[in-house]
Design a protein around this ligand. Structure first.
Ligand SMILES: Nc1ncnc2c1ncn2[C@@H]1O[C@H](COP(=O)(O)OP(=O)(O)OP(=O)(O)O)[C@@H](O)[C@H]1O
Length: 583
């Protein structure tokens, strides 16, 4: 009960928050809407004047006057409807675009663990699919629902004033129809929500097929994937069928109201006309009002259907907006200039409580010093980098930068001061310029070319077909793993970080690319504190100290030259020997 109440509260808060920035436009819209409805309700009176005037033998001028007023009102009504539609559309787009932005921003602010709970397909479905439904809600639905309710109230008041028997009977039937429609709506709502959930699961699954198409095909998994695909489609149908059948019963209800309403008007109106209590014009006018009444009931039925879809979308959007990040930002924005000092103080971590990944890790990197992290695959090297960037939070212990707990720093500033060259660089399907600047248009081409020069990548840059305009991941330019790292190095260089984490690509690179990376890394790391996660021990030549990790524990930690000289017991020296083929 309480959760239902708080859900409603959040629901209305969301709806109001998106109408609030447009409140002036919305007020004007509602005002014009009143005008449209007023004109709609006035037209049957003009018709009555015309019919009664004709039967009573009024002058031709009078009849022409009635006809012109009728036409004038109809034209004005159309013009005002145009304004309502246009303004509604503008409000709808503005409201949903800001909701799209809010949702995307919120998703990006979540911690990695929470983000990983949503597949990319689900995110697309929420940010685009759900929001498109809400766009209909904000631009048309809300306004039309309001208009239709106002028309119904207006018609009933007029019918009461013209003939209270007809007014009372149609009011009772309208109430009954709404009651039945609302009951059926409540029954259908969970099915709509379920249908949209299956929808988003379907898109999630679809995106995983596209992302992993090569692995699926090469491992002969296509058949299994198609079977799963079929199961998801099969689970979709019964839910949609139920939701739509319930929607259909709402349609039946309105047909019933139409039949009963017409019978009432025919019965009571007919008798009163024969008794002379109603003129033919008034009877015709009542039929016009009946038509005006039935149309909104029918429309409200359809709109309630759409409202259900919008409600399901709103609740899914709310669900996502209420997923809060486990990682909270700190207050301090000034982390310190130049190179930074890093300290891991007895840090332990696990992704899953059953399997510890890091066990009481302790090390310190002084300003401008470089530490090489080595260890078997899965020993926890990249996890150390993720913890330093606060993509995850340690289970215990503390990470410090320049002596302060990193939890005290503003998250955005912290991540700006740490440059991360990942071994799995994600490139954008855009130009080289966008791939380096990440769409920051304040960075000039001159600045980019200077950095390319500084990193020693001019020769590589000159070999690109269209310079900074070269389209990455296209026919224009297919990027190798090494080149992806070069682009990532340029990204990091641009940010001028105080700490650099270089997670070397594990794949073999050609000699030329390897040399280019080596040169760029040397330039990037000089004057900066660095953690080098190396797969080739030659990369560690610039490291001052080496940490050897094994199953989440530091098994060796010391100056590189000292470990290298220790032929007898050093793990590092042993690794070096293995790489060099035992030489
Ligand atoms: N998001 C995650 N959820 C659960 N387990 C994870 C996650 N990321 C990594 N792991 C696991 O944590 C362990 C350490 O991973 P990590 O990537 O830190 O190792 P690594 O030493 O960098 O390996 P590599 O040299 O292959 O890059 C591995 O067993 C890995 O399977």
């Amino acid at each position: 009960m309480t959760s239902n109440k708080s859900y409603r509260k959040r629901y209305w808060r969301l709806v109001i928050s998106f109408f609030r920035p447009n409140k002036l436009k919305l007020s004007a819209l509602i005002l014009v809407l009143f005008g449209v409805i007023g004109l709609q309700l006035y037209n049957p009176f003009v018709l009555r004047m015309f019919i009664d005037g004709a039967t009573e033998g009024r002058s031709e001028t009078y009849l022409i006057y009635c006809a012109l007023v009728f036409i004038g009102i109809s034209i004005l009504q159309q013009l005002l409807t145009l304004i309502v539609t246009y303004t509604g559309e503008v409000i709808g787009w503005k409201a949903t675009n800001s909701l799209r932005l809010q949702l995307a921003r919120h998703y990006l602010s979540l911690d990695t663990e929470t983000q990983n709970k949503f597949t990319s397909g689900e995110i697309v479905e929420r940010i685009d699919g759900d929001i498109s439904i809400l766009q209909n809600f904000f631009s048309h639905l809300f306004i039309k629902l309001l208009a239709n309710f106002l028309i119904i109230i207006g018609v009933l008041i007029i019918l009461f004033s013209v003939n209270w028997r007809i007014g009372l009977s149609l009011s009772c039937f309208t109430l009954l129809a709404f009651f039945a429609i609302d009951k059926i709506r409540m029954l259908a709502e969970p099915f709509w929500k379920q249908a949209r959930e299956i929808n988003s699961r379907f898109f999630g699954f679809l995106s995983s097929i596209f992302e992993g198409k090569e692995d699926i095909r090469s491992n002969g998994g296509s058949g299994y994937f198609l079977k799963k695909f079929h199961y998801i489609l099969r689970s979709w149908l019964p839910v949609l069928r139920k939701a739509q059948l319930l929607g259909y019963s709402m349609w039946m209800t309105t047909i019933f109201v139409l039949a009963v309403g017409t019978s009432i008007v025919l019965g009571i109106g007919g008798i009163q006309f024969l008794d002379g209590a109603l003129t033919i014009g008034t009877l015709f006018m009542i039929f016009q009002f009946l038509d005006l009444l039935i149309h909104p009931i029918e429309k409200i039925r359809e709109q309630v259907d759409d409202l259900q879809k919008a409600n399901a979308s709103i609740s899914r959007v709310l669900e996502m907006l209420n997923t809060s990040s486990k990682i909270k930002t700190g207050e301090i924005t000034n982390i310190g200039p130049g190179s930074l000092r890093v300290e891991f103080d007895r840090v332990s971590f696990h992704y899953d409580p059953a399997s510890p990944i890091l066990r009481s890790i302790q090390f310190q990197i002084d300003h401008k010093k470089k530490v090489g992290l080595v260890g078997r695959t899965g020993s926890g090297k990249s996890t150390i980098a993720r913890l330093l960037m606060r993509l995850y939070e340690p289970a215990s212990g503390m990470i410090k930068i320049n002596g302060s707990d990193i939890r005290l720093f503003n998250l955005t500033e912290l991540r700006k001061r740490i440059g991360f060259v990942s071994q799995d660089v994600k490139l954008l399907q855009s130009t080289l310029r966008d791939n380096i600047t990440l769409y920051d248009s304040s960075i000039s081409d001159d600045q980019l070319l200077r950095i390319i020069e500084e990193t020693g990548l001019r020769e590589w840059y000159d070999s690109l077909p269209h310079g900074l305009d070269t389209q990455i991941l296209s026919h224009d330019f297919d990027v190798s793993a090494g080149e992806a790292q070069l682009i990532s190095l340029l990204r990091v260089f641009l940010n001028d970080p105080g700490i650099v984490i270089f997670d070397e690509a594990s794949s073999r690179l050609d000699n030329n690319t390897e040399k280019m990376i080596e040169r760029a890394v040397h330039r990037l790391l000089s004057e900066r504190t660095a953690i080098i996660i190396a797969h080739r021990l030659s990369t560690l030549e610039i490291a001052d100290e080496i940490i050897v990790l094994d199953e989440g524990s530091i098994v060796e930690y010391g100056p590189r030259s000292k470990l290298y000289a220790d032929h007898a017991s050093s793990f590092f020296r042993n690794l070096q020997n293995v790489e060099m083929g035992g030489k």
